[in-house]
Design a binder for this molecule. Structure first.
Ligand code: NAG
Ligand code: NAG
Ligand code: NAG
Length: 505
């Protein structure tokens, strides 16, 4: 057990430098730095609600140098710092910054990438992208999907990446955050962990607050939270934390984060429809014109489905009981998931074979690239651990709390909608894991003030470059879109471009 005073030592030696934190923190003379942070002590990066906002040091992002980290502090988050530096990583056409959010008096370090917009960094919106897992690095979204560069799989470039013309930073300033601590390049000095989404939200809120308050050029800029997969659990909670903290900030005369929308791709949000969706993808015609699973397996799955749903309803949903809910989920997985793994198909894109870690060869290449000393030098990464695409430890810690099953995450979505935060739920039709049917089913039954209006809307095709890109149903606040023949991992630039420009597809 690490005492709080030991943890506090660390905060005070976070100066602008790139020295190895591991060595910097353990010198014997550091005892003299013991000093409680001024003001209220706060837990885990939570905002101390009352503070003097004029103590914030405003900066322009362009003043951040590339040779060493610049450290930012914030009176509202006395146990938290951001270190940031400029880098030549990934996109030579814009300014790129990387750094760490040091939380809990510097004991937890959360790594981020920030790319300015290719169009108009001074006026374009700000987005944040978060991959799922729980435990997976946002570097996979960056380097495989929507980031400014993608991992070079064909030996085309000398720097390991190729420029992505469909990057989401074409029209927005965008962050990629490795969270919670323990994910990607984010790490803790003494093995501290974050084990639930509700806890993780506090660190994310601190990060966004410090960024917007310090870099006043972005103050008030429309902000969008985006992500995929377990992001369907993370993002509604993160957005709700931002919304609730905004109300406190406004009451106290401080500025609020201009949270506009949440974009969730192939997410897991309402667990009640998950297994039915998987059945429809394998045994129905929801994804492919002819079901690919064997008839005997489909019959078996169909027989097990009502029992799975009843058990989940009774033990996870209506009244959560961790032992019985886990037993229900184990039953559902064994009857409704194992047959899919046996097909050898890519569970994130049923049209492809499963090849490599997470069924994609890219993952191994990303891991190798991010573990190169020269890449880590470019990024300013100092971590005692090798980069992993997904952290098994983080996944297990979340699972120990049954984070995925214990909370009605869809209720966060309903509450956000009822307060005017726009939500885009989108899904590639070739994903099996968090597929479009499961998502459509929960969105249809979501209880919110616009439920009837949403139900009354017609489905229509949406197009990109003259071709059908998918189907969409939308009300002013809620949009549901499919991306035709896309998997779990995708670029979907046409979609995000429209969403940012006009708030619907
Ligand atoms: C807030 O801080 C500023 C600058 O340090 C100071 O001038 C001002 O008096 C403070 N206001 C309050 C209410 O403490
Ligand atoms: C990496 O190399 C590719 C191809 O040679 C080039 O297009 C790209 O701009 C380079 N990336 C960076 C960050 O210099
Ligand atoms: C990649 O290209 C470089 C030079 O263009 C070459 O030296 C190297 O052997 C190639 N690597 C592979 C795996 O093909």
């Amino acid at each position: 057990m690490i005492s709080r005073s030991v943890v506090r030592i660390i905060a005070l030696i976070l100066v602008c430098e790139t020295v190895s934190l591991a060595t910097a923190y353990h010198g014997p003379e550091q005892a003299r730095f013991i000093m409680p942070p001024t003001g209220r002590t706060t837990a885990s990066g939570t905002a101390s609600n009352v503070y003097n906002a004029s103590e914030i040091q405003p900066l322009h992002l362009s003043s951040i140098g590339s040779t060493k980290f610049t450290t930012l502090s914030h009176p509202g988050f006395p146990n938290t710092r951001i270190r940031v530096k400029k880098t030549d990583f990934c996109d030579s056409t814009v300014n790129v910054y990387t750094g760490y959010l040091d939380v809990d008096a510097g004991a937890k370090h959360m790594f981020f990438y920030f790319f300015e917009s290719r169009r108009s960094p001074e006026t374009d919106d700000v987005m944040m992208w978060i991959n799922g897992g729980p435990g997976c690095s946002s570097a996979t979204g960056l380097l495989m999907e929507l980031g400014p560069c993608n991992i070079d799989m064909q030996n085309l470039s000398s720097n390991g990446t190729v420029w992505n013309p469909y990057s989401w930073n074409s029209e927005a300033n965008i962050f990629f955050l490795d969270q919670p601590v323990g994910v990607g390049f984010s790490y803790a000095d003494y093995g501290e962990t974050v084990e639930t989404t509700e806890d993780a939200a506090k660190n994310v809120h601190a990060f966004i607050s410090i960024f917007f308050d310090t870099f006043t050029q972005f103050s008030g800029r429309p902000f969008h939270l985006s992500g995929e997969s377990y992001g369907g659990r993370y993002l509604p909670v993160f957005a709700s934390e931002i919304y609730d903290q905004n109300q406190i900030a406004l009451r106290e005369g401080r500025s609020a984060i201009n949270l506009q929308s949440v974009l969730i791709g192939n997410g897991i949000t309402d667990i009640s429809t998950l297994y039915q969706g998987r059945y429809e993808v394998e045994c129905g015609t929801a994804s492919l014109p002819v079901p690919f699973q064997s008839i005997s397996t489909c019959v078996r799955m169909k027989t097990a489905l009502p029992r799975c749903q009843k058990a989940m309803r009774e033990t996870c949903i209506d009244q959560f009981d961790s032992i019985n809910c886990r037993a229900a989920v184990n039953f559902c997985d064994s009857e409704l998931s194992t047959a899919m793994y046996a097909t050898g198909r890519n569970v994130y894109d049923i049209s492809k074979p499963c090849e490599g870690e997470l069924c994609y060869k890219e993952i191994g290449a990303i891991k190798a690239y991010l573990n190169l000393a020269e890449t880590q030098e470019l990024l300013g990464v100092k971590t005692p651990y090798d980069f992993a695409a997904c952290s098994g430890d983080v996944g297990q810690n979340f699972d120990a709390h049954m984070d995925k099953w214990a909370v009605h995450t869809q209720d966060y979505v309903a509450n956000l909608l009822d307060r005017g935060v726009r939500i885009l739920i989108y899904a590639g039709t070739y994903d099996w894991r968090c597929n479009h049917i499961a998502n459509k089913l929960w969105v249809d039954k979501l209880e919110w003030s616009g439920q009837a209006a949403y139900a009354a809307e017609e489905w229509r095709d949406w197009t990109a470059e003259g071709h059908k890109a998918g189907e969409v149903k939308e009300t002013p606040l809620l949009t549901f879109a499919t991306i035709r023949e896309a998997g779990h991992m995708m670029k979907s630039f046409a979609m995000v471009s429209r969403w940012l420009a006009r708030g619907h597809l």
